[in-house]
Design a protein around this ligand. Structure first.
Ligand SMILES: Nc1ncnc2c1ncn2[C@@H]1O[C@H](COP(=O)(O)OP(=O)(O)O)[C@@H](O)[C@H]1O
Ligand SMILES: [Mg+2]
Length: 353
């Protein structure tokens, strides 16, 4: 009997939650960032979590929050695997979903609501990182009106993007700015199209790295990945734009490579890793995440952003980096589940049902 209880305990019931809303606009087959690709990833993730020994129920959330809550309560999972990414309602829905699940009393993978919200507001997390003594790109500023451009002098080149997007949304060939007029034009376009403040930073010309971090109280850093832009023609700026990330037919996509593991001199690697770890902790991230880093003109690592619940698609990003130290995809997912069950030391577990 006791043995049976132990066995049951080991087999966790995981509720895999994702955004089941199909209102993301028309699907383009060459765009790997659409809902069809998301569904394929969720299916594969469920299969891999089962392979890791869990019972898995996939729970899409699409508009009907009460139905979602009823379902979750009925399932009473041991842990919720959070894959809720909201491109429809805007940056803050991810943190709201996380908070809701926590208030229902379930452990949930990845970062707490505070970190999810904070890091989706790029200018806020940048100021926090700077306040914590972590290097960020020089000249980071936020513009809420076109006339804000006249507030100060600007050292060009700059990179300009919507301040509350992710996944390269709002970044394209026009994002690197060399004049005040171009800054004004780009600001006007972003304010109109994205209805959100505009993030302006010095454009860092140096090498770019992704640092994948996994764990709760004890963090593990995966082998570094470097983005190689050397094949790009001169007219395409070396940045991880939406096209470079997702549009298979775009030159940006075809000519941007990821080198993993990256070849980095040990001293620089140490500086990159310690910067990333400090940034991860500073924003209150938990469980897993990816820190994007770029070197400034002096060769020093600066934090571009902390991606709290970073993409977990198999074979790319974090999963690829983990694979280089023998961490299989099912094991990676299980490590993330384990960090969720470990819980943050100061996060009280008091369900409000
Ligand atoms: N200050 C900067 N200097 C140089 N490149 C940058 C800078 N900020 C962003 N980038 C480029 O744009 C990409 C996306 O920017 P990031 O802030 O990480 O937004 P996202 O959330 O869309 O990934 C980065 O991976 C990098 O290539
Ligand atoms: Mg990024």
């Amino acid at each position: 009997m006791e043995q049976q209880v132990q066995r049951t305990r080991r087999r966790l019931h995981v509720a895999l939650v994702y955004n089941g809303d199909r209102e993301g606009g028309p699907e383009h087959p060459e765009d790997r960032g659409g809902t069809n690709d998301l569904r394929t990833m969720i299916r594969h993730m469920a299969k891999s979590l089962r392979r890791a020994g869990n019972k898995v129920t996939v729970v899409p959330l699409a508009r009907n929050l009460s139905a979602f809550q009823r379902k979750l309560r009925r399932l009473a999972p041991d842990v919720v695997f959070n894959q809720y990414d909201d491109v429809v309602h805007g940056a803050l829905y991810e943190m709201r979903l996380q908070a809701l699940v926590r208030m229902m009393g379930f452990p949930i993978t990845g970062s707490p609501a505070l970190a999810l919200g904070l890091t989706r507001y790029k200018h806020m997390s940048a100021s926090l990182l700077q306040g914590a003594g972590i290097r960020i790109p020089f000249c980071t500023d936020v513009l809420e009106r076109v006339s804000d451009v006249d507030r100060r002098a600007w050292p060009f080149p700059l990179i300009v993007q919507p301040s509350q997007e992710h996944a390269g949304i709002g970044l394209d060939r026009t994002s690197i700015i060399h004049s005040k007029k171009a800054l004004r034009d780009r600001t006007r376009i972003i304010l109109k199209e994205f209805h959100q403040p505009v993030l302006v930073q010095s454009f860092l010309p140096g090498r770019e790295f992704n640092v994948a971090i996994i764990g709760g109280r004890r963090l593990r850093v995966m082998p570094l990945a470097e983005i190689d832009y050397s094949q790009l023609p001169a007219e395409i700026p070396p940045i991880m734009s939406y096209a470079a990330k997702y549009i298979e037919t775009a030159e940006e996509y075809k000519k941007t490579r990821v080198i993993c593991p990256a070849e980095v001199e040990p001293e620089l690697a140490r500086e990159i890793i310690s910067t990333a770890l400090r940034a991860f902790r500073a924003v209150g991230a938990w469980g897993y995440g990816r820190v994007d880093i770029r070197l400034n003109s002096e060769g020093r690592p600066c934090v571009l952003e902390v991606n709290c619940n970073a993409c977990l698609d198999d074979g790319v990003g974090m999963a690829r980096q983990a694979n280089h130290v023998g961490i299989t995809y099912p094991r990676l997912l299980q490590m993330i589940v384990k960090a969720a069950l470990e819980g943050q030391p100061y996060d009280a577990d008091i369900p409000m049902i």
